[in-house]
Write a protein that binds this ligand. Structure first.
Ligand code: BES
Ligand code: ZN
Length: 652
């Protein structure tokens, strides 16, 4: 596409400018538990044009970020310095960073001498460019600049929780969410996924709290830093896209699962969390057997307070996860498989721009399913795929055709707009289709090679096509035609070679749902014998050809379902969500207290946004519930969630 730099010319330009050759900080210092970087990590980088950054990396780019920040829970700010190592074209005299909602207090060089800087006009989505000027760079020179700054209390990446919003109720809590373009609200750097940076950090926080980051912990118990505070140091020696820089601060305890995996969470939740996530250790082993070594050293999971806006976030070495996966029976652990899989698809091979997001999420859903198959067998994996296909079908029905291409065009839009099941489920379906056509053995060999060849590099959709054509299709014209790759990527909807997953396991579930809808009693639904996935299917089943907004159950049926399945006490968040959607869509008043309780005790956007959207679609009935409920619930939500719900319900 012509919005991108031609790849060849971008590479040639970068090479000619000498501005991309080597990683500056490959030394793995003593004590690192990460394997050395492969040769490919030092290869020249192409900068595909990312329209969500102000950075001009072909002139000068950030290679390393060193944070020295103090967390002030009273003021709700992080303040201190970000020291950036800059490389660039010989003669370059400025670097352009991304910032949003930051207080910049000054910029200096390594010796403390002030540098000229200017923050440009504010763009509602991207924030502001921060241009810093310095004496011309010599060939191969690395220049350090030091930005002194503070975050604002409403930094979109950060959520500052009061003690009352935590499980323990005693200590405050802070966590970040960087993806897609929120890191710029707490770290002034070039916030583009194609501009990989190593990082280190020193974070000062109240002495009774623990600090964790998506990096190697250098001070497991913190170190003295003055009265009432401790400092914590971290180091990430693999170059990462800035959206993976992440922090958590709170009353955190740790429990090991095996020698390289474990969980962090609040002390009162630790035992249950460890028990729930115990399969993590086997998942890492299974993932390595599938697609090669895990390159990040440890794999731990931080289970956050319920306001965490996502299910999970693949921060390197330390996945962040919602507590709504702690179901008591390990039934929702596919989320861990997903975030773990990102250690290859996303963190190792990274979408170069948000238009290429399917390269992160679609590959990850495919890989996640392979991990689940390895641990739990084909039937469970097939059920999960069938659920994904169901989600995709409803998503496709509501999206404009232009948003159903794998390769998106999010220029001028929030990259969050691309966060649909198209990137996830159509992307995974594409890879599954290729697997079926070429056979699993050949497909796996290609995919493993793809991760190796492209490790620590940004990936565009066009480079993916080049890689698969070179290493898998290899000139076989008949195979090329059968794969229909261009149709998958550049055409709307599902191409003709797609075969939806057929799970026999769901045949009885669908039959039970149909019988119930036709007037059978809820007691005939074999609920207690069903797995969580079967229960999810039951709750998302809809009669074929149902008109938009039409009811398919009557109030007596809803009451029967609610009491027979004990849905007021449903502890599985996915199942409860499914039920509440049905309840709201029928204006079923008796479920409203359950709905209110759910929406005021958890802030996962995947649950919150659809429920408020459904309420809003139910006219006066739903709106008169939604408006006061949102006013009550909103203070507990992360900016990622409020940003989305505000657009539906309005800002209270
Ligand atoms: N990386 C995503 C979350 C994300 C994507 C945040 C894009 C911001 C922008 C994460 O891996 C993810 O997909 N989480 C899912 C869970 C998963 C099992 C599908 C979620 O949060 O629901
Ligand atoms: Zn993901």
């Amino acid at each position: 596409m012509n919005r991108k730099f031609g790849l060849v010319s971008a590479l040639a330009l970068a090479t000619a400018l000498g501005g991309c050759a080597m990683m500056p900080t490959l030394g793995l210092g003593s004590g690192s538990d990460m394997p050395p970087l492969p040769a490919s990590a030092t290869a020249p980088v192409d900068y595909a044009r990312d329209t969500h950054t102000f950075a001009r990396p072909e002139i000068a780019h950030v290679r390393h970020v060193a944070l020295d920040l103090t967390a002030d829970f009273q003021a709700q700010t992080l303040s201190g310095t970000a020291s950036l190592d800059i490389q660039g074209a010989p003669g370059a005299t400025e670097v352009v960073l991304d910032i949003k909602n930051l207080d910049i207090r000054g910029v200096s060089d390594a010796s403390g001498a002030p540098l000229r800087y200017e923050a440009g006009a504010l763009d509602a989505i991207k924030g502001q460019p921060l241009t810093v000027q310095f004496p011309a760079l010599a060939t191969g020179e690395t220049r350090r600049i030091v930005v002194a700054y503070a975050t604002r209390p409403d930094a979109a990446a950060l959520q500052w929780l009061t003690p009352g919003q935590t499980a323990g109720g005693q200590s405050p809590y802070l966590f970040s969410q960087g993806q897609a373009i929120l890191t710029r609200t707490w770290v002034p750097t070039q916030d583009s996924p194609g501009i990989r940076q190593t990082y280190d950090a020193r974070i000062v926080a109240p002495a009774d709290l623990r600090v964790v980051m998506s990096a190697q912990q250098l001070t497991p118990e913190g170190e003295a830093a003055g009265p009432g505070v401790k400092a914590w140091r971290f180091r990430m020696t693999n170059p990462v896209p800035p959206y993976l820089i992440a922090i958590g601060v709170g009353d955190l305890a740790f429990a090991a699962i095996d020698e390289r995996t474990g969980v962090f969470t609040e002390p009162s939740r630790l035992a249950a969390t460890r028990a729930e996530l115990a399969p993590t250790a086997d998942m890492v082993d299974a993932a390595e057997r599938l697609y090669g070594p895990y390159r990040w050293g440890r794999y731990d999971i931080l289970v956050l307070p319920p306001s965490f806006p996502f299910g999970g976030m693949e921060n390197p070495r330390l996945t962040f996860a919602t507590p709504t996966i702690i179901a008591g029976d390990q039934s929702l652990v596919s989320l861990v498989a997903h975030e773990l899989a990102h250690s290859w698809s996303g963190n190792l091979v990274t979408n170069a721009t948000w238009d290429d997001m399917w390269l992160n999420e679609g590959f990850t859903v495919y890989f996640e399913n392979r991990i689940m198959e390895a641990l739990y067998g084909e039937d469970r994996a097939l059920m999960l795929r069938a659920l994904g296909w169901g989600d995709l079908q409803s998503e496709l029905a509501g999206l404009p055709a232009a948003d159903t291409l794998l390769k998106l065009n999010l220029t001028g839009r929030d990259p969050d707009d691309g966060l649909t099941d198209v990137a996830y489920e159509k992307g995974a379906a594409f890879l599954h289709t290729i697997e079926v056509i070429v056979g699993r053995e050949r497909f796996d060999a290609w995919l493993k090679g793809y991760f190796e060849r492209n490790a620590f590099r940004p990936m565009t959709t066009e480079l993916f096509l080049q890689d698969i054509r070179t290493h898998l299709v290899a000139g076989d014209a008949a195979l090329e035609r059968r794969l229909m790759m261009d149709a998958w990527i550049y055409q709307p909807g599902m191409p003709a070679n797609w075969q939806p997953p057929v799970s026999n396991a769901f045949v009885p579930v669908d039959a039970a749902a149909m019988a119930f809808q036709a007037g059978g009693p809820a007691s005939a639904v074999p609920w207690s014998g069903w797995s969580t996935q079967e229960r999810q299917r039951f709750m998302t089943w809809r009669p074929a050809g149902l008109a938009e907004g039409a009811d398919w159950l009557n109030p007596t049926q809803l009451a029967d379902l609610e009491s027979t399945l004990n849905l007021r006490n449903e502890g599985n968040a996915e199942v409860l969500f499914g039920w509440l959607q049905i309840a709201v869509q029928h204006r079923y008043q008796p479920a409203v207290p359950t709905l209110e309780n759910f929406l005021t005790t958890m802030g996962r956007r995947k649950f919150v946004l659809p429920l408020f959207t459904s309420l809003w679609a139910e006219g006066d009935w739903g709106r008169s519930i939604a408006t006061p409920l949102y006013a009550r619930a909103r203070p507990g939500y992360h900016p990622v969630t409020t940003g989305s719900v505000d657009a539906v319900v309005g800002r209270p």
